[in-house]
Design a protein around this ligand. Structure first.
Ligand code: TXE
Length: 478
């Protein structure tokens, strides 16, 4: 199969005629060829988005909300295809792709349709005047997304950008192009206005960079690695573009001594190994109170060893492959480093997967104990199914250990005492904290990190504000 760009409502081959292979990491098979687009393709997408802007931005919010609902309905009809394509592009289990990726990609459109209905008019009365705050669209916006949750993260940006009246140039990861293409098929099938959403496929260093550099793209919303985020910020900041950066994480899961051990072990295993640890919110450093350390670790190892690693197409698979062979090698290099630094591998030895996945990019869920809290495996984002385990004696020590990394995205605290959990959560330098749960999301709440985990917040009103220019009109009384 050959995927094309989607520019001005048409499936369009890349101007230079170059294509890249898109491989299934679970078996090495070719999924499709995708455009290896250039600057010129981005320019042509920007021209289409600029022409579409005047009509799209003039629609009423209710008309745009209606389009969001039509997209959600169109995606709903393709739900099984979304899950299958995510499974084939990423190697993630089909059950996870159905439950998380397909479900949330649709919900993002229906959520922002509902949420935009509830935006309140802002007015500030003075003694002798009234201030009216209005929201205008920003213009043409650039959306750049990673491979771990492909359509889930793309739709999380597209839906609020659309509803606020912007037109869009989006670039999915070159490793996971298929569901963005499916979205274009849906747009085509519902006669969505041409040029409002343009998808340019290709590499980050060419297409991504061209989007960030383009003077007529006025806002960039980027989710990806912290190092790429630095490049994006360096390029966009001097052009005074609006910028939202959702970057990496190295999140702590803190197990306090008063916890229900069985449910905490289940929660910690899910937080560490969902999507093979390839979620920026994953809890990859597990901090355990000394008093319960051995009992908890035994239960955790049991939970992890019960996870079935294998063919992502099988319904009973818990852990599929990671995103690529190169990523598998990177993860293994961290495991080797841990061993050389005296880390004890509690579970996660080498294993074989039968054909057709024998050469897939599989890594067993791996738990490592006995590493220093500031060792590289404990502070760098491995972004794979690897978690390190550390002991602490007091809550203060756990907080200090949680806060030593460069990241500040998320974390979870597990305890029998909610007030104690909230008190600990308050002292962790992260944007998102859970007590006795993990990845429990209300889409109205702010989402984003502190320190090197990013700049800005997405979700609910924060997304709507990012994709708007807020203007104040002060009218003096007669
Ligand atoms: O991400 P990149 P990669 C972390 C994780 C992972 C590491 C690298 O640690 O191992 O990042 O992954 C586009 N200008 N996360 O290399 O490169 C790229 O094409 C503009 C965390 O896959 O950051 C893709 O569309 N765009 C993360 C997107 O940026 C550029 C999820 C993200 O890719 C670009 C993924 C450039 N110069 C990885 N270079 C999370 N926080 O969820 C690349 N891109």
């Amino acid at each position: 199969m050959q995927i094309e760009n989607f520019i001005d409502g048409k499936f369009t081959p890349p101007i230079d005629g170059n294509y890249l292979p898109n491989l299934n990491p679970a078996n090495g098979e070719l999924n499709s060829m995708i455009p290896d687009s250039s600057h010129d393709d981005v320019n042509s997408a920007v021209n289409a988005a600029k022409s579409a802007f005047s009509n799209w931005s003039k629609l009423t919010i209710n008309e745009r909300i209606d389009w969001l609902r039509q997209i959600a309905d169109g995606l709903e009809q393709r739900k099984a295809d979304i899950a299958r394509l995510e499974c084939e592009d990423t190697g993630k289990p089909i059950s996870l792709a159905e439950r998380v990726d397909a479900e949330r990609s649709i919900t993002n459109f229906s959520f922002f349709a509902d949420h935009a209905k509830s935006i309140a008019d802002l007015e500030f009365r003075m003694d002798d005047a009234t201030n009216y705050v209005i929201r205008k669209p920003v213009g043409v916006v650039g959306l750049i997304t990673p491979w771990n949750l492909p359509l889930y993260l793309l739709s999380w940006k597209i839906a609020p950008a659309l509803v606020m009246g912007n037109t869009i140039i989006a670039k999915p990861s070159e490793l996971t192009p298929s569901t963005a293409n499916l979205l274009c098929e849906v747009l085509d099938s519902i006669d969505f206005p041409k040029g409002v959403i343009n998808i340019v496929q290709g590499l980050g260093s060419t297409v991504g960079q061209a989007i960030v550099e383009h003077p007529e793209i006025r806002a960039i919303s980027f989710t990806g690695g912290t190092e790429t985020g630095k490049i994006v910020a360096r390029t966009a900041a001097p052009m005074f573009k609006k910028l939202s950066l959702e970057l990496g994480g190295k999140n702590a899961t803190i197990i306090l001594d008063d916890v229900d051990l069985a449910s905490a072990a289940k929660g910690a295993a899910r937080a560490a190994f969902t999507n093979s640890g390839q979620v920026c919110l994953c809890g990859s450093r597990i901090l355990v109170a000394d008093k319960i350390y051995h009992e908890f670790v035994d239960l955790l190892v049991e939970e992890v060893e019960a996870m079935k690693v294998g063919n992502p197409k099988h319904r009973d698979t818990d852990i599929g492959s990671v995103i690529s062979i190169a990523h598998k090698d990177k993860i293994h290099s961290y495991i080797d480093l841990a061993k050389s630094e005296g880390g004890e591998i509690l579970t996660g030895s080498e294993f074989t997967i039968p054909p057709p996945n024998a050469n897939g990019a599989f890594v067993a869920p791996t738990l490592i104990a006995n590493l220093n809290i500031d060792s590289r495996c404990a502070v760098e984002e491995i972004f794979g199914p690897v978690a390190t385990i550390h002991r602490f004696t007091t809550d203060e020590e756990a907080i200090r250990m949680a806060n030593i990394t460069q990241y500040g995205l998320a974390g979870s605290i597990w305890t029998g005492d909610r007030a104690r959990g909230v008190a600990v959560a308050n002292q962790i330098d992260s944007g998102i904290l859970w007590v006795n749960t993990w990845l429990h999301r209300d889409l109205r709440t702010p989402f984003g990190g502190v320190k090197n985990s990013g700049v800005g917040r997405e979700g609910g009103d924060w997304s709507l504000n990012f994709f708007s220019e807020l203007c104040n009109i002060c009218v003096k009384d007669d």
